[in-house]
Write a protein that binds this ligand. Structure first.
Ligand SMILES: Nc1nc2c(ncn2[C@@H]2O[C@H](COP(=O)(O)OP(=O)(O)OP(=O)(O)O)[C@@H](O)[C@H]2O)c(=O)[nH]1
Ligand SMILES: [Mg+2]
Length: 300
């Protein structure tokens, strides 16, 4: 039995929303204290709702990182927005991320409109404060607080770790009383195969340009565990939309795909705690972003 002066344990779901590139996943990873989602400076890096769990003695926060909400240009874009809307319909708190280093614009106002019907309390987080000066941050706090009726407005730098713990405590206070929803050791419910595919996509996003980041999807075709040799063999496919994108991903003499493989392998070895042999192939899946069957096949 708990004594009356003991604060009750709280738990619940917190959705992170914001325009593409606002820093939602970086903040999710910082709050969880572990990499649960991939990050890049290309918009629309996140393509599904990712749960990350924050465990504290006072409560448990189940974060739901979402794709950047935007004006869709493809069926993929529409589906990504649907992921956000589905998530929003069923959470206890919404964190609306607004980057400090860019003016509040139509993208943020578009999101603010979507949030009008949401009953959950909204915490506006001004992200990337390390990338702006003090005056910019102060102005952004003002501008952001005018976007929605917010329960709190908090400036945070996920990269520097500034104000992350404060945000954590504030989110717990907004959650309902309840027992932990996930066991202590669990920080995400992402399955390993998807995490492996995402590591390849993350490594690739850094190294490709123009329209290739948008056109890229990754699937894992095979995972062979070789316990006798402490080795995991992984075969992944990188799907692009057009023939012309293939050489952009391969690079001269295969230099780019090689670099993608080396980088992804490091992340995979950390994730699996074993040596990894990674085999990458590039294939063309024509205009998959607008094809429902192909989107389904890719898991979107
Ligand atoms: N300087 C700085 N950069 C940050 C911070 N948080 C995120 N970034 C950078 O901003 C870019 C986008 O970060 P993400 O976390 O992928 O953004 P996102 O909102 O999840 O993007 P989508 O998934 O595409 O919607 C990356 O290059 C990050 O390194 C921060 O606190 N400070
Ligand atoms: Mg993201």
């Amino acid at each position: 039995m708990s004594s009356p002066e003991q604060t009750p344990h709280r738990s619940g779901f917190v959705a992170l929303v914001g325009r593409p590139n606002a820093g939602k996943t970086t903040l999710t990873n910082a709050l969880v204290g572990e990499k649960v989602g991939i990050v890049s400076n290309r918009p629309q890096t996140t393509r599904h709702a990712i749960r990350g769990v924050v465990h504290k003695p006072e409560g448990q926060i189940v974060l739901v990182d979402t794709p950047g909400l935007h004006k869709p240009k493809s069926l993929l874009g529409k589906r990504l927005n649907d992921v956000v809307r589905d998530t929003l319909s069923d959470v206890d708190v919404v964190v609306f991320c607004v980057p400090a280093d860019q003016p509040v614009g139509t993208g943020d106002k578009f999101i603010a409109r979507q949030l009008r019907e949401i009953r959950a309390p909204i915490v506006v987080v001004v992200t990337k404060t390390d990338a702006a000066n003090k005056q910019q941050v102060a102005e952004q706090l003002m501008a952001a607080s005018q976007l929605v009726e917010a329960a709190e407005v908090v400036p945070v730098s996920a990269v520097k770790g500034d104000q992350v713990e404060l945000l954590e405590n504030l989110l717990i206070k907004l959650l309902p009383e309840g027992p932990p929803l996930y066991p202590e050791e669990q920080t995400t419910d992402e399955d390993v195969e998807r995490q492996l595919a995402e590591l390849v996509r993350e490594a690739a996003l850094e190294k490709v340009f123009q329209e290739v980041p948008h056109s890229l999807a990754v699937t894992i075709e095979e995972i062979n565990r070789r316990p006798d040799r402490d080795l995991v063999e992984i075969h992944a496919l990188l799907h692009v939309e057009r023939n012309s994108q293939k050489p952009m991903l391969l690079g001269k003499g295969g230099s780019i795909i090689k670099a993608i493989g080396s980088e992804a392998r490091v992340g995979m070895e950390t994730l699996l705690g074993a040596r990894v042999h990674l085999d990458l192939h590039v294939t063309v899946l024509g205009e998959w972003q607008d094809d429902p069957k192909k989107l389904n096949r890719l898991g979107y």
